[in-house]
Design a protein around this ligand. Structure first.
Ligand code: R5P
Length: 300
């Protein structure tokens, strides 16, 4: 089977080609003089089942490259176009929180369908709400089994699984279900988050939360500026938690994220390669595991 990559996730793509029986197809990608993008598969694709891998985080050229590639495959009469979007950018704008607010999560799903995608595979969408926007079959994968496995092997005792905010409790519960009961000291806990403005998080613990001497794994879908994670870790640390770990599918790590993680009481942050990690952001506290084995199981 042929796989085409827009090159947003080079590490994951390499791992996937290794794990699954896929051949990486060649592409011609160029910009015209005015900057317009051109993407053309340099392989025979007519009547062939094809796979495409590309994330849709900024810059917008990532999205455009993906849409143009899907369109080129469609025009060339590929039999089936399966689109893997390791990190589905723009998924967080998924509800009308104020008059005239955009619904970019739906817009992205519509654009993919219009370009010619037959099936979409993606990891840990921001909310269940996102799933409703897809008109094409969606395979919603979870990186949590791979992340939970890592913590199982650590054999942490007296452990509590925590959500850094109220909105993420269901995610921490999903993670806890996968993790199992081993050494768990209680049900899933959560922090209270208040956002005075976008990208700013004020975090506290609910009254009576008992985390003294407990090991904690904070679970989230993504870490962006790490304000949520660092704030939750500080609150847990102040309340007497022992060692604090974090697990998230997507390590966006924008702006002050690395400085915040470095400064925070978090011992280790576990993320996957659904979001590319720049060398400059690699610090010993952050461990990356590949989402390729999970993805491979869906490639048949
Ligand atoms: C919020 O609902 C999300 O699950 C994440 O907690 C949030 O997007 C992380 O953002 P940041 O790292 O900037 O606090």
């Amino acid at each position: 089977m042929l796989l085409f990559s827009t090159n947003t996730n080079p590490d994951l793509t390499k791992a996937l080609v290794r794990h699954a029986r896929l051949k990486l197809g060649h592409l011609e990608i160029k910009n015209f003089s005015d900057g317009e993008l051109y993407v053309r598969p340099k392989e025979k694709v007519r009547s062939k089942a094809t796979w495409v891998i590309g994330s849709t985080m900024p810059p917008s050229d990532n999205l455009l490259k993906l849409l143009i590639l899907i369109n080129a495959l469609k025009t060339a009469a590929a039999k089936k176009i399966n689109v893997i979007i390791p990190y589905f950018g723009y998924a967080r704008q998924d509800w009308i929180d104020q008059p005239n607010a955009p619904l970019t999560a739906k817009l992205m799903a519509d654009l993919l369908a219009a370009a010619g995608a037959d099936k979409i595979l993606t990891f840990n969408l921001h909310s269940g709400q996102n799933e409703k926007f897809f008109t094409k079959p969606l395979v919603h994968l979870s990186a949590y089994p791979a992340l939970a496995e890592y913590f199982k092997k650590m054999c942490l005792n007296n452990l509590l699984i925590f959500s850094p905010d109220q909105g993420g409790i269901h995610r921490a519960e999903q993670f806890a279900k996968i993790y199992g009961k081993k050494n768990l000291a209680g049900p899933v806990g959560y922090c209270k988050k208040y956002r005075p403005r976008p990208n700013v998080a004020r975090i506290s613990l609910p009254k009576g939360a008992d985390v003294k001497n407990k090991n904690i794994v904070l679970v989230d879908d993504l870490i962006d500026t790490a304000g949520t994670l660092a704030g939750a870790a500080e609150a847990l640390h102040r309340a007497g938690a022992r060692a604090i770990y974090a697990a998230a599918a997507h390590g966006v790590l924008s702006g002050p994220a690395i400085a915040r993680i470095k400064k925070s009481p978090i011992k280790e942050v576990l993320i996957t390669d659904t979001y590319p990690m720049l060398k400059a952001k690699q610090i010993p506290k952050i461990k990356i595991i590949s989402a390729a084995p999970v993805l491979k199981k869906s490639i048949v």
